[in-house]
Write a protein that binds this ligand. Structure first.
Ligand code: NAP
Ligand code: GCO
Length: 263
C-alpha cells in the first residue's frame, strides 16, 4: 500500500535508543524512512546505534538533551546539514517520577514537566519552520493513559501528558493550514524499563499487585509491547493520515473503554 510508504522521508525519534522509541523508529525504517534519533548521553546513543545496526538499520544518532533549547536548535541544524530536513518528528523521550503529590518537591515536579511537556514544545518549535518551507510535516507526540486518567503518585506525569494532549491539538490548530499534521499516540501499559518496577515479581514469586491490576483493567488481558505501537505510528507518519489532525490515538488494549472487572 503506497499510502503507508515512508520512502524518502526523514524521521527523528527522540530518546530512541531502546524501549518504545526504538520500536517506533524500527517500524518507521521498515516503512522506508531514514532514521535519526537522539538520547541524553553518548553511552545510550552508542547502545542505540549498535541495536539499529543489529536490525540492519543505518540510523543517525546524536547526543542531545531535549529540554535544552539551544542544544535542540543546534541538533536540528546539524541534522539538516548532515541528513536533511525532518519530515516526521516523534516526541518520545519521557520520564516519570512516582511520588505521592504531597511528598513531591516542586523541583521534581518541574523536571517531569520539563522533559514530558516543555521538550515536545521545544522540539516541535525547532522543526516546524523547515517543515513549513518544505510544504509538509508530521509530528507525533507520545502521550499516555495519563493524558485522560489520574492515579496515585503520578501527578506531575499526568499534568505533563494531559498538557501534551492539548499541545498536540494546538499545533494542529496553528499549523494545519501549512500541511502539518500533529497527532498523539496514547499507549496503554507497555512492558518497557519505565514500567519494570510495576511488574517486578514479589518475594514469593507471585505477580506484583499492580501487574495483576493492569491485566484485570485491560480488556486485552495483557500488557502491551512496544511493537503494538508500530502500526499506529506508521499510519500517523504516512500520507494515509493526511486529513487526521489533532487526534490522540489510544493504543491501550481497551483500557479507556472499560469500567473494570466486576467484583
Ligand atoms: P524509557 O524506557 O524510559 O525510554 C525513554 C527514553 O528517553 C530513554 O532513552 C531516556 O533516557 C530518554 N530521555 C529521558 N530524558 C531525556 C532527555 N532529557 N533528553 C533526551 N532523552 C531523554 O521509556 P518508554 O517506556 O520507552 O517510554 C517512551 C515514551 O512513551 C515516554 O514519553 C513515556 O512517557 C511514554 N509512555 C510509556 C508507556 C509505558 O507503559 N512504558 C506508556 C505510555 C506512554 P534515560 O534512559 O537516560 O532515561
Ligand atoms: C504509571 C505508569 C504509566 C505508564 C503509561 C500509561 O506509573 O502509571 O508508568 O503512567 O507508563 O504512561 O499510559
Amino acid at each position: 500500500m503506497n499510502m503507508f510508504s515512508l520512502e524518502g522521508k526523514i524521521a527523528l525519534v527522540t530518546g530512541a535508543s531502546y524501549g518504545i522509541g526504538f520500536a517506533i523508529a524500527e517500524g518507521l525504517a521498515q516503512a522506508g524512512a531514514t532514521i535519526v534519533f537522539n538520547d541524553i548521553n553518548q553511552e545510550l546513543v552508542n547502545k542505540g546505534l549498535a541495536a539499529y545496526e543489529e536490525k540492519g538499520i543505518k540510523a543517525h544518532g546524536y547526543v542531545c538533551d531535549v529540554t535544552d533549547e539551544p542544544a535542540v536548535q543546534n541538533l536540528i541544524a546539524t541534522i539538516e546539514k548532515e541528513v536533511g530536513i525532518v519530515d516526521i518528528l516523534v516526541n518520545n523521550a519521557g520520564i516519570i517520577k512516582r511520588i505521592p503529590m504531597c511528598e513531591m518537591s516542586a523541583e521534581d515536579f518541574r523536571k517531569v514537566i520539563d522533559v514530558d511537556l516543555n521538550a515536545p514544545f521545544i522540539m516541535s518549535k525547532a522543526c516546524i519552520p523547515s517543515m513549513i518551507k518544505k510544504g509538509h510535516g508530521k509530528i507525533i507526540n507520545i502521550c499516555s493513559m495519563m493524558s485522560e486518567l489520574g492515579r496515585e503518585t503520578v501527578s506531575a506525569y499526568a499534568a505533563a501528558k494531559g498538557g501534551l494532549k492539548m499541545l498536540t491539538r494546538n499545533i494542529c490548530s496553528e499549523y494545519g493550514e501549512q500541511n502539518i499534521q500533529c497527532n498523539g499516540i496514547g499507549p496503554g501499559y507497555i512492558a518497557t524499563p519505565q514500567t519494570a518496577p510495576l511488574r517486578e515479581l514479589q518475594a514469593d514469586g507471585s505477580r506484583h499487585p499492580f501487574d495483576s491490576f493492569i491485566i484485570a483493567k485491560t480488556p486485552a488481558a495483557r500488557w502491551g509491547n512496544p511493537e503494538d505501537l508500530v502500526g499506529p505510528a506508521v499510519f500517523l507518519a504516512s500520507d494515509a493520515s493526511n486529513f487526521v489532525n489533532g487526534h490522540i490515538l489510544y493504543v491501550d488494549g481497551g483500557i479507556l473503554a472499560y469500567i473494570g472487572k466486576q467484583p
